[in-house]
Structure formats: structure tokens, C-alpha cells
Write a protein that binds this ligand. Structure first.
Ligand SMILES: NC(=O)c1ccc[n+]([C@@H]2O[C@H](COP(=O)([O-])OP(=O)(O)OC[C@H]3O[C@@H](n4cnc5c(N)ncnc54)[C@H](O)[C@@H]3O)[C@@H](O)[C@H]2O)c1
Ligand SMILES: [Fe+2]
Length: 389
């Protein structure tokens, strides 16, 4: 028996932030990125709260890839504040911090078993964290990112208002947009994929094909940005049901060891992991696949479906998956995302090699890797990390 359910109420479209003026709460605790306050964009959130006479307190100490210590800091501020509702506003980092603060505060207050309502409002079009049961927290000492996953982490409400993403710089649009595409593709080929997650992932892939580059190339293209905002949530719903794969398992380690932005790490790995999962290399011909397997493997077929959704098709399955890998490389390159770690890391190859063992172990242990369509060996993962140099 399987189950599909959406845990979060989604408000979307123009003026959806007006929802904030109608909240029933004593006081709201807003967890947000410092950028939102410096740029005054936070007024988009505080104005409707004031209109609804809802008092609020701001916690603006969000850092990228939030560490455990920030969660502890946030929980003590939340408890001191006397607030009974949390609003997480920002990219994945702010939303994941708000989810972790809520969870820890509920655990501390076990006696009353009170449920603290959480509303997440994304300001990047990427992680889908506004609708997922996941939150990613970093342990800086052990250099590892920990994906927490439990149903009670999912926000009660998500508000998708594309007015908030107008200010996102091109490089962040590129990174977060490639995160959306990675979520959709990994969910689509995951061992837990199902027709419901598949439908959501397909729509997200279709939107990325049409609007990701447009939203990167022209920050005034509000239509493209609004579409990508929807795609991020659709892909979030898809992977909340089907989970992810090796790409995320490996990307988490690049974030923890080298602070590479999450979406960028995914984008760099995606062509390599796709090629690996499909069991093809630059020299594989269709006949090789057919000799090994009577028909193309189900995962090759699913990658072909994705290629077709992006308007790519070739005269056989292998060439179609090659086209998909080339497309993924081309998309990343044309949005300024480097292809090799040697282009961005200020360390030598020898030093990089010293990280490989612990990154490989952590990638194999990462919860996302469990649902990868191909079970990777230690040597496979290390080899993929080497190819990325
Ligand atoms: N919970 C999940 O389901 C899930 C899924 C994928 C990734 N993640 C996690 O989310 C985090 C990454 O989130 P992200 O990619 O959104 O990046 P982020 O939240 O770290 O933000 C990236 C940068 O964009 C800036 N920014 C955010 N909104 C902006 C705006 N409207 N205008 C201008 N600048 C803006 C931020 O200040 C920051 O510098 C990672 O920690 C990753 O592990 C979580
Ligand atoms: Fe992601």
C-alpha cells in the first residue's frame, strides 16, 4: 500500500501575501534572511501583518546552510518571544531553519503537546522547502549536512508570491533553478516514484524547459519568474513523495566541505549522475545496452521521457539520454555555472583528494541516496567526485 498526501495548504498568485492579514494568532515569530531586512523587502510581510493588527518579532540571524547552533539560538529567541506562530521567509536556508526551530520548540514543550503553526514563504524559486517534510541542517564540526525528515516538519501553509523573487540575482536564479530541475529529475527516476509524484515532476520539468533560462536572462521577465516559482513548489511536492537520489546525497557533501551553494553543487553533478544512473558513458552505443539488457532499462526509459519533455529526442534511447546529459551541461554552462570544481575551489588536487573518503562515506549514508535508481558502490561515488575535479 502506498499513500500520497499534501500536508501543506498552498496560497498562490498575485496578492497572496494578503493571507497574512487574516491569520489567527497571538504573535508571529518571523525567521528571515538578513537580506530581507536590509533591502526592506520584509515590508511585503510585515505590512499585511500590521493591517491585520498581528504583533510580530523578527529573527534575522539566518546564515546559508544553517548550522545546529543557529537552531538552538532560534529556539531560545522563539521561547522568550511569547509567539505562537512561526513564519519562515527566505530561501531554503531561512525556511529550513524555521522548520527546525518549530520542531525543536515543540519537542521542548512536550508536556502541553501544543502544535506550533508554521507558514513558509519562499523568496527563491528552488528548494520547495515550503511544502516538504525535509529540513537540511549542517554540522560544521563533522563537515556534514543532515537531512531531517519527518511528516511533522512540513509547514502548515505555504504562500507563493512571485513579487518576492524579483530581486533574486542572476547567479542565485541559475543555482536555485537548477535545484528545481534536479529535484524533478531525481524524483522522477527515484525507486519510490509513483504516478502522483511523476505528474508533479513532469510539470516541473516542462516549466524549467520553458522558463528557467528566461528567468535567468531577464530579471524583469516576471511571467518566467512566476512560472519558476510554481515549478519549485511542484518539484518539492514530487520529491516529498518520491524522495531524491545520489545527486543530492553527493551535493550535500560539497556544501558541507566547501560551501558550494546547494543548487550549484546539484547542477555540476547532474550530467555525471544522469550518465552514471543510466549506465551509459560517452562511448556507449544503443547496441551495447541492448546486448546487456533486452530492452532499455526502466531508468533509461524514464530519462528518455524527461528528454522528450524538454523537446529532445534522438534516433535511439542511448543517444536521447546523451542529449539530455548535454542539455543539462549546456543549461548550467550558459547560466555561468562552472563544470569543474578545479575552477572554483582554491585548493590543490592533492588536498581535494584528502576529502574524498569522508565525502564518499557521507554520500552513501545520506538519506537521499537510498532511493537512487542505481545502487552506487564506494568506488563509484569516489570516481564521480574525481570526475568533478
Ligand atoms: N528542505 C528542503 O526540502 C530542501 C531542499 C533542497 C535544499 N534545501 C536546503 O536549502 C538551502 C539552500 O536554499 P536556497 O538555494 O534557497 O539558498 P539560500 O536560502 O541559502 O539563499 C541563497 C542566497 O540568496 C539570497 N536571497 C534569498 N532570497 C532573495 C531575494 N528574494 N532577493 C535577493 N537575494 C535573495 C540569500 O540572501 C542568500 O545569499 C540549503 O541549505 C539546502 O541544503 C532544503
Ligand atoms: Fe535540492
Amino acid at each position: 500500500m502506498d499513500r500520497f498526501h499534501i500536508l501543506t495548504d498552498i496560497y498562490f498568485g498575485d496578492h497572496s501575501l494578503d493571507r497574512l492579514s487574516r491569520l489567527a494568532c497571538r504573535k508571529a515569530f518571523i525567521v528571515t534572511d538578513p537580506f530581507m531586512v536590509q533591502s526592506s523587502a520584509i515590508r511585503n510581510i510585515t505590512r499585511p501583518l500590521q493591517e491585520g493588527n498581528i504583533p510580530f518579532e523578527l529573527f534575522t540571524d539566518v546564515v546559508p546552510d544553517p548550522p545546529v547552533a543557529k537552531v538552538v539560538e532560534g529556539v531560545s529567541s522563539f521561547i522568550r518571544s511569547g509567539c505562537d506562530l512561526i513564519i519562515g521567509v527566505g530561501g531554503g536556508s531561512a525556511m529550513d531553519l524555521s522548520k527546525s526551530i518549530r520542531k525543536m520548540a515543540e519537542n521542548i514543550d512536550r508536556q502541553t503537546k501544543s502544535h506550533i503553526r508554521l507558514i513558509c514563504i519562499p523568496t527563491t524559486s528552488g528548494t520547495g522547502s515550503e511544502v516538504t517534510s525535509f529540513a537540511v541542517i549542517t554540522d560544521p564540526e563533522k563537515q556534514v549536512k543532515i537531512p531531517l525528515n519527518s511528516e511533522d516538519m512540513a509547514p502548515d501553509e505555504a504562500i507563493l508570491d512571485a513579487v518576492l523573487v524579483k530581486s533574486v540575482p542572476a547567479s542565485v536564479t541559475a543555482d536555485t533553478g537548477m535545484d528545481v530541475l534536479t529535484h524533478a529529475i531525481e524524483a522522477y527516476v527515484s525507486t519510490k516514484h509513483n504516478d502522483f509524484s511523476g505528474a508533479l515532476a513532469e510539470k516541473a520539468v516542462e516549466i524549467c524547459g520553458q522558463y528557467l533560462f528566461r528567468s535567468f536572462a531577464d530579471s524583469n521577465d516576471t511571467h518566467a519568474r512566476a512560472k519558476m516559482h510554481t515549478a519549485a513548489t511542484l518539484a518539492g511536492l514530487a520529491f516529498n513523495s518520491a524522495s531524491l537520489g545520489l545527486n543530492h546525497g553527493m551535493a550535500h557533501q560539497l556544501g558541507a566541505h566547501f560551501h558550494i551553494p546547494h543548487g550549484r553543487a546539484n547542477a555540476m553533478l547532474l550530467p555525471l549522475v544522469t550518465e552514471y544512473n543510466a549506465g551509459i558513458s560517452a562511448f556507449t552505443r544503443n547496441s551495447d545496452l541492448r546486448n546487456n539488457l533486452e530492452a532499455p532499462s526502466p531508468v533509461v526509459e524514464r530519462y528518455c521521457n524527461i528528454a522528450n519533455m524538454l523537446g529532445l529526442s534522438s534516433f535511439n534511447e542511448v543517444m536521447t539520454v546523451h542529449s539530455l546529459c548535454n542539455y543539462l551541461k549546456y543549461m548550467a554552462e550558459s547560466m555561468g555555472i562552472p563544470q569543474r570544481l578545479s575552477e572554483i575551489l582554491k585548493i590543490s588536487r592533492e588536498e581535494y583528494e584528502t576529502h574524498l573518503e569522508s565525502m564518499t562515506e557521507a554520500a552513501l549514508r545520506d538519506a537521499c541516496t537510498e532511493t537512487n535508481p542505481r545502487r552506487p558502490s564506494r568506488a563509484d561515488v569516489t570516481e564521480l567526485y574525481r570526475k568533478l575535479w
